[in-house]
Write a protein that binds this ligand. Sequence first.
Ligand code: ZN
Length: 261
Amino acid sequence: MFVYYGRLVGGNISVRYLILSDIHANITAFNTVLDVVRGKWDKAVCLGDLVGYGPDPNEVIERVRELDAVTIRGNHDKAVTGLTNPEEFNPVAHAAVLWTRERIQPGNLEYLEKLPKGPVRASTFSIVHGAVYDEDEYVFGPEQAADGLLGAPTPVVFFGHTHIQGGFTLRGHDVATLQTRPAFPNESTTIKLARGMAYLLNPGSIGQPRDGDTRAAFAIADLENDSVEFWRVPYDVQDVQKRMTEAGLPEPLILRLSFGR
Ligand code: ZN
């Protein structure tokens, strides 16, 4: 069987990729995002950390599976499955891992266990959870981004893990920080990619943004048309906070959603 994704734009097939990361068991944010972008994308990828922190691990995993997204593992996915020791996490993240382990369905746990490690290639771009050379490393600054940009398997790499929307560009040997500031309330900012440059791009976090903006963050990439849209979508933060309280999850994890930190 031959399956076509994409749409015809000016004589070219263009595939719009929905780029999801760090959903962190927040089905309220995830469902809101999927409603807003309905019909606007063709294929999905997920950069890991489906679980941890939030109250809905099973619902989020099942929704990602329904989307048939190309998905890699994050550090929280590994900690929940026991691939790494959650005692290396801070106490609240550790508590959330133990909480998740008690509630995750066997089939969903098995799905997490089988997730591949990045980098994984999806079409003309690649995806990693942390850094290109180390899935668990946080890429916060241009110095850390440089190695990944120079050794990237494709000119465009999407990464997550920091929960900060934006990224880095490389032209020659110059690394620059890319600022993205989608407006309120429900907006996207489009960047145009230039040929001959390399890009390390972070869609931001769906379930626990940490860049001071409480709205769920993600991206839509249309690389045939050299464009990446960075999106922010408001969701009902109090709804998920209420369920976190009922679930007995640690208070700092509940409060930080109100601040996007
Ligand atoms: Zn994360």
